[in-house]
Design a protein around this ligand. Structure first.
Ligand code: NAD
Length: 317
């Protein structure tokens, strides 16, 4: 396993990391024991960064993760959770709520302290509230020693500079972007030098596009347009027909970029986590990657967006 620095946090994170949304049944109803074995396998294989949220399965992901981490030395893993989103359409970014929500997350996770606390999906928030109320509440938790570093997450890209440009340096130390740096969509790329200048670490999530670049495809709730879903499904089949494992390439594509500290992959299957770690360390077949990029060309950078109208990215094409 290789490790990279997460911005200026001093955290040395594994290049591939564990996304715990599947523990909240995000993609299918999972077997809890299998989910717990997946977390333990991830740790055994050198994954040291774990991401969850009270939103995933309306607290179930945190509860199952807390059980999985029982007895594991706290200093052996880097734990991230989130505040602000607590279920489908359930948002509350007020200072009081994020502080209380953090306490509840800690109880479920069996810890007093998390290493990274993100504000979850800020495209659904009034960004004035994020800057003037939610972030200052997280800074207080940091000053109290209960939060190591603060991050922000979201699907739109414009929300990141919108907040970072209005926040004192060092307050936000990490961003978590998803579905915007993968084989079919690299719109995050031009923003990376900006994050580097700001000293903000980049966490990339959903290298498979939340399942689109896997055999099973995306879940029913997947917010991508029918064109994107169909374009990905076609590419999965074209790749398979010539013996190319598109999921392997999807993970390698994201992990390959040294400017991205870590790539979160979600699964509740120990075998998948084993494969993902193996993919991350294996040499890349660039010829196969070029073929797959060609298959995905018709939908390259086609995006989907969401959140408050003022926080949405323009749709491409
Ligand atoms: P992902 O791209 O990691 O895809 C997960 C899907 O891929 C699941 O269906 C899983 O079963 C499948 N999969 C994983 N490994 C596989 C393999 N080797 N072979 C076949 N299928 C495989 O998407 P994700 O889970 O949404 O993203 C990863 C993590 O990032 C999440 O669990 C979450 O922790 C985090 N995340 C955060 C945000 C946010 O903060 N807004 C958004 C998205 C994701």
């Amino acid at each position: 396993m290789h490790y990279r620095q997460l911005g200026r946090t001093g955290l040395n994170v594994s290049v591939i990391s564990y996304g715990a949304s599947p523990l909240g049944n995000a993609f299918r109803t999972i077997d809890e024991g299998e989910g717990i074995r997946t977390v333990r396998t991830a740790l055994d294989l050198g994954i040291n960064f774990i991401d969850t949220s009270p939103h995933y399965g309306e607290t179930r992901s945190e509860t199952v993760l807390g059980r999985a981490l029982q007895g594991v030395p706290r200093e052996s893993y880097i734990l991230a959770t989130k505040v602000g989103q607590y279920g489908e359409g359930k948002f509350n970014f007020s200072a009081e709520h994020v502080t209380q929500g953090f306490d509840e997350s800690c109880r479920r996770l069996g810890t007093e302290r998390v290493d990274v606390l993100h504000i979850h999906d800020i495209e659904f928030a009034d960004l004035n509230q994020i800057v003037n109320e939610s972030l200052p509440a997280l800074v207080k938790l940091k000053e109290a020693g209960r939060v190591g570093h603060i991050g922000i997450t979201g699907l739109s890209l414009k929300i990141f500079p919108a907040v970072l440009d209005r926040t004192a340096p060092g307050v936000v130390e990490a961003v978590l972007s998803f579905c915007r740096y993968c084989l079919n969509d690299t719109a995050l790329d031009p923003l990376i030098p900006y994050f580097e200048r700001k000293g903000v670490g980049v966490i990339n999530a959903s290298a498979t596009g939340m399942g689109l670049l896997t055999d099973r495809g995306g879940p029913a709730w997947h917010p991508a347009s029918p064109e994107i879903k169909e374009g990905c499904r076609r590419a999965v089949e074209q790749a398979k027909a010539i013996g190319i494992d598109i999921t392997k390439l999807a993970i390698q594509f994201a992990v390959h970029d040294p400017r991205i500290a870590t790539t979160l992959v979600g699964t509740a299957n120990p075998e998948n986590i084993r494969k993902n770690v193996e993919y991350a360390g294996a040499p890349i077949d660039f010829e196969a990657m070029a073929r797959v990029l060609e298959f995905l060309k018709p939908i390259k950078n086609h995006n989907f967006t969401r959140g408050r109208p003022e926080n949405r990215d323009p749709l491409y094409p």
